[in-house]
Design a protein around this ligand. Sequence first.
Ligand code: PYC
Length: 429
Amino acid sequence: MGKRPPKYSAGALIKHGLTRGDWPRMWRRPEMRSSYDVVIIGGGLHGLATAYYLAENHGITNVAVVDKGYIGGGGSGRNTAIVRSNYLTPEGVAFYDRSLDLYNTMATDLNLNIMFSKRGHLTLAHTDSALRTMHWRAEVNKLQGIDSSVIDAQEVKKQAPSLDVSQNTRYPILGALHHPPGGIVRHDAVVWGYARGADVHDVHILQETEVLDIMVEGGSGPGGKGAGGKVTGVKTSRGDISAPIVVNCTAGWASLISNMAGVPLPITTHPLQAAVTEPCKVFLPTVVVSGSLHVYVSQTDRGELVFGASVDPVGTYRVNGTLEFTEELAGHVLELMPGISKMRLLRQWSGLCDMTPDYSPVMGNTPVEGYLVDVGWGTYGFKAGPVAGETLAETIATGRNADLISAFGIERFTEGDLVGEKGAAAVGH
Ligand code: PYC
C-alpha cells in the first residue's frame, strides 16, 4: 500500500525535455491474464478510481480495468468538469462532500496537478419557487456543515459582474444559492492520475478490450443469469477472463452491460450537449448555473467559456452535436450575459447520461453475487468519481455496501425508497 509514482526534480525534467529522453509511460499495456480477483468494466474516472482505491486502501491489486476504447474516452472526457456538494438530500450532500474532500487533496495524493480551481458556484433562481428550493437546499447543506447560502441579486452581481441582474428581463435573477467550495477541475488529469496510481500498484489497464458477456451461473433467469446467480467472469474481445467479482463502472452503456448479468436497471440514456468558445480575457470568476434557462457556464484558466445544457429530451446513444442545441444555448446564455454576443463557439460535443427515476446513482451489490454496479450517473458522474471509487473499493473489500452508498442500492426501486435529487440537478431535465 501507499506506493507512489516517481517524482522528478526540475533538473531531471529539463534534461528530459532537452534530450527528448525516454519518458516513462504513465501506465503500461500489460498482457491480459486469464483470471483476476476483480474485473472492472469501464476505464473512466469511476473504474480507475475504484481500481486505485482497491489497491491503495485495501491491498487488492490483482485487478483488471477493461475498456472497449481508450481510458477517459467516455463520460470522463465529455463532461464540463464542475464539482460541488450542495445537493438536496442528506444522503447526496454527505456523498458528494466526501468527493470534494478527495478532490481537495488529490493533487498531493496522486502527485499530479489536477488544476482544481475552487472558484465558487452560483445556482440562479429566477422564480419564487426556485428561490424557495434554494433556501431548502441551503438549510439541508448547512445542517451538514456545507458552506452554502442564499444571496440576493445585488450580491450575485458582485460574484459575477457580467450577469444581467436587471429586473426587466424575461427571466429576472431574484437570487442564487452560493456555494463557495464548488469549482472546476481538469478532467483528463484526474483520469490520468488515477490510471497512473493504479498502474503503480500493478493493476492491469486493458484498453481496446470490449466486454461481450458477463458469465453468471445458478441464477433464476434465462441462461442461469439473474437473481440468485454468482458471477464467474467476463467474455471479452480478447478472450475470457475468470473473476469472482465483476464491477460495472460504465456510463452510457450501463444498462446494456447490466443485462449481460441478468440484472435490469431502471435507466434511460440521453445525450447531454456541451460547447466551448474561443478564449478571451478572464472575466467570469465563478461557476454559474441556471435551471430555468437550462444552462451552466464556467471559464477555464485558458479563458474559454465552457457551456452545458439539459439532457436532450429523446433517449439515444448518439454523441454528435446539433444546431438546435447551439441556437438554444446561445439564446439562453445571452439572456444571462448579453455582453458576450460577439464571442465565437469553437466546438461542441455530447456525452451520454444514464438517467435514473430519482436522479441518484445505483451503487453496490446486486442480486447476483459478485456483480456490483456503479451506474446511473446522469449529469453528476464527474464530481462523484473519487468517492464512488473509494466507496466501491470498500464495498468490494468488506462485502457490504459502504455506509455512504447504502441509500443508493438497487433494491430501492423495488422497496420504493427513492432518493429524490431532481431539485439539485444542475439543470432542468
Ligand atoms: O450537477 O453540477 C452539476 C452538473 C454540471 C454539469 C452537469 N451537471
